[in-house]
Design a protein around this ligand. Structure first.
Ligand code: NI
Length: 264
């Protein structure tokens, strides 16, 4: 009996010893693991710093950020354009406006406001005429006259061109003197001036890098544009000017070249 009890005690002791060894081993392991994590930490910080450095080299490119540009033709028209600017300002959104020279004359304060609030401004001829089949003198009377007027109003001279009806030929490209901006989403807002239809169409066609064509001379289009902003904001889109859109994609706009979108 004594022997058996001793054997039993020894076994118990042995189990306890094994338990101690196991506990010690676990403790040692946890200490080593903690030490390992600490020594590993600087490497992880370096990796983060590397990523941050890459981001700094191309600040405009935020991975996964969906960008889209709202553009408005045929303005300014004081009543509608002013309401649009108010709505865009409330939402912190910048757009691009292709202006009619003849309408700039009487709305210089509206045009200055656009510029001051960070919107981009472009040319859409002086009298909204087709630019195809014009001689150089007539072309200049539409494009250069508008450019000179806007330069006088704003003090700078870096305006994009959108030809009325999107119509252009080799002469237009050669004489433009700036990049030519077309569009990728056209709700044809002038057709029926139906806010609901326009919003649905634009939101359904929206994609990263798109350029939306609208007209800020119609009250229904102003309503539609602001609803589009709210709906696409909810989908994670960031609205930007045409220049910002292409800069974000690393595309340098060239004079006389045509651009429809900045799809990734
Ligand atoms: Ni137009």
């Amino acid at each position: 009996m004594d022997l058996e009890r001793r054997r039993a005690d020894m076994n118990k002791f042995g189990r306890q010893q094994k338990g101690y060894v196991l506990a010690l081993a676990l403790l040692l392991l946890s200490v080593l693991t903690a030490a390992g994590l600490r020594t590993g930490h600087p490497a992880a910080v370096e990796a983060d710093a590397g990523l941050a450095g890459d981001t700094e080299e191309s600040p405009s490119v935020q991975t996964g950020q969906k960008l889209i540009a709202l553009t408005f033709d045929d303005g300014p028209r004081r009543s509608t354009t002013t309401r649009l600017l108010d709505g865009l300002a409330e939402r912190g959104v910048n757009a691009t406006f292709f202006l009619i020279g003849a309408q700039v004359e009487e709305n210089q304060d509206v045009v200055r406001r656009m510029d001051e609030e960070g919107h981009q401004i472009g040319l859409h001829t002086y009298d909204h005429v087709r630019l195809t089949d014009l001689n150089r003198t007539d072309f200049n009377a539409q494009v250069e006259k508008s450019r000179a007027l806007l330069k006088q109003v704003l003090g700078h001279n870096d305006f994009l061109l959108r030809p009325p009806y999107g119509m252009l030929d080799e002469s237009v490209k050669a004489w433009a003197g700036c990049p030519i901006i077309l569009w990728s989403i056209d709700p044809e807002d002038w057709k029926d001036m139906n806010t609901e239809r326009e919003v649905k169409l634009i939101v359904s066609e929206a994609q990263d890098g798109a350029i939306i064509l609208m007209h800020d001379i119609f009250p229904e289009s102003v309503d539609a544009a602001l609803q589009v902003v709210d709906q696409l904001h909810a989908q994670g889109y960031l609205f930007c000017t045409v220049d910002e859109l292409f800069a974000a994609r690393g595309i340098a706009l060239e004079s006389g070249e045509m651009y429809w979108n900045a799809y990734p």
